[in-house]
Ligand binder design. Structure first.
Ligand code: FES
Length: 306
């Protein structure tokens, strides 16, 4: 800092630098070495899990929440507990039961993870692939551990379990980076309620809106998706709740009841335009919606639906 700036601004202590683990995870985001594998795997997952009710369920659309994160608790909880029990005498059968339960839970956990992974940005997929490799390695090691225990090779079984725990922790760390640093699975539209005050706000002249064609309009800090259909005007937050794609560039379709919906141009999430509810994933969070009205002077006003 130069001398003039140091006189004006108060000096604050520098924060501790990022740990090496975080450096490695961030480096992984920008490593293109895995991209050919990722492209091939993504194509295979999309062919095996085409868009539809099954994939929507794997994303967690019926629950309004991603299905993968809570499911990871099952294998992780079981296997961590089994390794802890290995430290105590007389717990061999309990450890075996926990490892078997974790292996059963690993199947839906992997399927939900693959479904979500296939609809992410490339930087997220790079981290996600290594996260999956870590947890798959842990699964194989715990499976080998169970086999060894059932064959009476208890010491080998405990050693394999401990090694599996190490792989599980490494994979789990990258899963945390994916969820909390790269915001995969978080709603990217949730901040709207903090950026728009309650009450009615002028938006634009209603007469300038094309019929049946979505446009983007700005309201303070946020952008809005605006669709006029005849006399009705539908308004949603423009940044898709999945990964912030621009909904005003999406296709307009109708759902099974004939209600108009918008399909996000990035990964195909489909939202009803009248209330922002999710029709198809990968998005699981409702798109924030706004009420609208047209004043006598032709001004379109909107207010958040709370
Ligand atoms: S950003 Fe992914 S579906 Fe909209």
């Amino acid at each position: 800092m130069n001398r003039r700036a140091s006189k004006i601004f108060r000096r604050v202590p520098a924060p501790p630098g990022p740990t090496r683990l975080v450096d490695m995870a961030e480096g992984l985001e920008h490593t293109g070495n895995l991209d050919r594998v990722i492209g091939a795997l993504q194509g295979a997952v999309r062919r095996a899990l085409p868009k539809g009710p099954v994939k929507d369920a794997l994303h967690g659309v019926p629950f309004g929440h991603p299905a993968h994160p809570p499911l990871t608790d099952l294998p992780m909880g079981c296997w961590i507990s089994a390794t802890a029990l290995d430290l105590l005498p007389g717990t061999a059968r309990a450890s075996q039961a926990l490892i078997a339960a974790g292996l059963a839970g690993a199947v839906p956990t992997a399927l939900t993870g693959l479904a979500d992974w296939s609809e992410l940005h490339r930087e997220q997929q790079r981290v996600g692939l290594v996260h999956a490799a870590g947890t798959a390695t842990a699964t194989l090691l715990y499976a080998a551990s169970l086999v060894a225990r059932l064959q009476g090779r208890d010491r080998a079984g405990r050693a394999l379990g401990l090694t599996g725990l190490t792989a599980l922790m490494a994979g789990g760390f990258l899963g945390g980076h994916l969820a909390f640093r790269q915001a995969a699975g978080a709603s990217h539209a949730d901040q709207v309620s903090h950026l728009v005050p309650l009450g009615w706000h002028d938006l634009c002249e209603a007469a300038e809106l094309p019929d049946g064609w979505p446009v983007q309009r700005r309201l303070g800090y946020i952008t809005l998706f605006v669709l006029r259909v005849g006399d009705e005007v539908h308004v949603l937050a423009d940044r898709c709740s999945h990964l912030a794609g621009p909904l005003h560039q999406g296709r307009i379709v109708t759902d099974d009841e004939g209600d108009p919906c918008v399909v996000c141009p990035w990964h195909g999430s489909t939202f009803r335009v009248d209330d922002g509810s999710v029709v198809h994933g990968p998005a699981t969070a409702r798109q924030p919606a706004f009420e609208s009205r047209v004043l006598d002077n032709g001004m379109l006003q909107v207010r958040p639906i709370t």
